[in-house]
Design a protein around this ligand. Sequence first.
Ligand code: HEM
Length: 177
Amino acid sequence: MAVVPEHRRENLEPLLVTTGNPDSIVSKFPLLDSAITETLRLCALPGSVRVAGRDVEFPLDNGGSFRVSSVEMVMLDTRVHNMREDFYPEPRTFKADRFLPGKDDSTDIPKIMSWGGGPHVCKGKVFAHHVMMVWAVTFLQQYDFTTHDVLPEIDPGSWNVIADPAVDIAIDLTSQN
Ligand code: HEM
């Protein structure tokens, strides 16, 4: 978020539409781009359902196995991927810069599974990410905010792909105008 203030007085209009280079807002605010991906890594709940095309037997760590029969529906827990320690060191910690590209513009860090994957990957992911970027830039141009709360756990009763916090987070907002 530290990269945002220097762009505060800039005309946002060209960034609100995706004509031209749709990645323009991403390249202007790489830290915010990374912070949004990091938020989705931590807050997204499983949303990918598949139908088994044949009987499958999954081996379990305890020596047993878990059987899925043909045509049964399966929801994979994508959080197992998103919380992998070997992919994302200190996986429970929010690190805004975790997904920042390296000097050569590459990023070795594996993609998050919050959008699902394969042929049925979320078709709105570029749009949704873009809207979150525009919302955050617009918000930070208009308000300063602070919070004294520690980020809460996610609400286990959450029912959508983005989890709710277990308790409300108090935020002090100050308008810049
Ligand atoms: C933060 C916001 C969003 C998240 C986290 C999200 C996540 C997901 C996930 C996990 C799936 C299942 C993918 C899979 O089965 O592998 C999905 C599917 C889908 N999403 Fe999203 N989504 C979001 C916003 C949107 C928006 C804004 C749109 C449309 C404008 C959209 C359109 C779709 C469509 C059409 C599918 C079905 C794709 C298919 O079955 O081929 N999503 N989304």
